[in-house]
Design a protein around this ligand. Structure first.
Ligand code: ATP
Length: 322
């Protein structure tokens, strides 16, 4: 059974005119988002992530391309798109002096909800996002993590089944980030489809079902975190071997496994294979048959940074500093 598509994007592009000439922020990308998944757009500053989100939210017009969002056509039915999505901008949009509950109710009323529905939705979201009892506080009196959760509540108060989160955890301390990840996962469990942007590798890895890696306005890789790591780099099995047996161990490993590459240091052999776990038993068998007993064995799955480096030739962390 195929999973229904929530977003379908074809040839989406946006060029900005600037004093110094045109900037091709997004260069004709295609992608799908499936119902009830968390899709991550991962890439360094300036990759085109926010521009993509802004286009599929109707906030800016594409220069070219088409998109259908939860059944509504981006160009022909922008109102329909807006009613079906929640958009949480970078840095949020709460009004410092307003009370949290008033902000939520105002937002719901802007979407045409009755007072009673607006209050009911706002209160349900405050409870769901662990903000009980904070409805009477001013937004400026909240912690960074609480404020991000109010931002998310604002995006959800009209009950869309799709939400866009632009860099949801930027600026939060590690504990608040982990806590927000939990809340984002629980939204998905309640049936919301989530598209988020991030330049944090660990965030994309921990949170996303699928990732589109963006660089210079293009999608340069796509897959689940595991698929991306495997497809692009493979797993590395490292074995501690007595130095005089290293050469023999590599020969044995080469005949037992489909090796992608190998590297030896004195006393250590690094073997790159497509899938580490399934290679371990045949490898140990073959080594045992040759009378070689490794001192230790570790499997290292490559990080998303390795993936980014492989597809773009640059580290994602270099991009972070730009
Ligand atoms: N309004 C605009 N006018 C001109 N250029 C723009 C405009 N908005 C974005 N750009 C340019 O388009 C490119 C993509 O920007 P975008 O904000 O989409 O990147 P991003 O991946 O979201 O980056 P970040 O992680 O910093 O948010 C950048 O080169 C940016 O300078």
């Amino acid at each position: 059974m195929s999973i229904p598509t929530m977003i379908s994007v074809t040839g989406l592009a946006r060029t900005f005119s600037t004093k110094t000439g045109p900037v091709e922020a997004v260069k004709g990308i295609d992608f799908r988002v499936y119902e009830n998944e968390i899709l991550g757009l991962l890439g360094p500053n300036g990759a085109g992530k926010t521009t993509t989100l802004r286009m599929i939210s109707t906030l800016i017009n594409p220069t070219a391309g088409e998109a259908v969002i939860s059944g509504a056509d981006l160009r022909r039915d922008p109102r329909g798109v807006r009613s079906r999505i929640g958009y949480v901008a970078q840095g949020g949009s709460t009004n410092e002096e307003e009370l949290v509950l008033d902000e939520l109710m105002l937002q719901a009323r802007l979407f045409g909800l009755s007072k009673v529905r607006a209050r009911a939705n706002a209160e349900a979201l405050l409870a769901a996002l662990d903000l009980d009892g904070l409805g009477g506080r001013k937004c400026k009196q909240l912690s960074g993590g609480q404020r991000r959760r109010v931002d998310i509540a604002l995006g959800l108060v009209h009950q869309p089944n799709l939400i866009y989160l632009d860099e949801p955890t930027t600026g939060l301390d590690p504990q608040s980030r982990a806590n927000l990840w939990e809340h984002i996962r629980s939204l998905r469990e309640r049936g919301t489809t989530i598209v988020l942007t991030t330049h944090y590798l660990d965030e994309a890895d921990a949170l996303c079902d699928r990732i589109l890696v963006m660089d210079h306005g293009e999608i340069v890789a796509e897959g689940t975190p595991d698929e991306l790591k495997r497809r692009i780099s493979g797993d590395v099995i490292s074995l501690e071997i007595a130095p005089e047996l290293v050469a023999r161990a590599v020969e044995v490993a080469d005949s037992a496994l489909d090796l992608r590459s190998q590297l030896t240091e004195s006393g250590t052999v690094h073997l790159t294979v497509e899938q580490g776990e399934s290679a371990v038993i045949p490898l140990l068998h073959a080594l045992q048959g040759a009378g070689i007993v490794p001192g230790s064995l570790t499997i290292k799955r490559p990080s998303l940074d390795d993936v980014f480096l492989t597809v773009t030739g640059r580290s994602l962390r270099d991009g972070d500093q730009s």
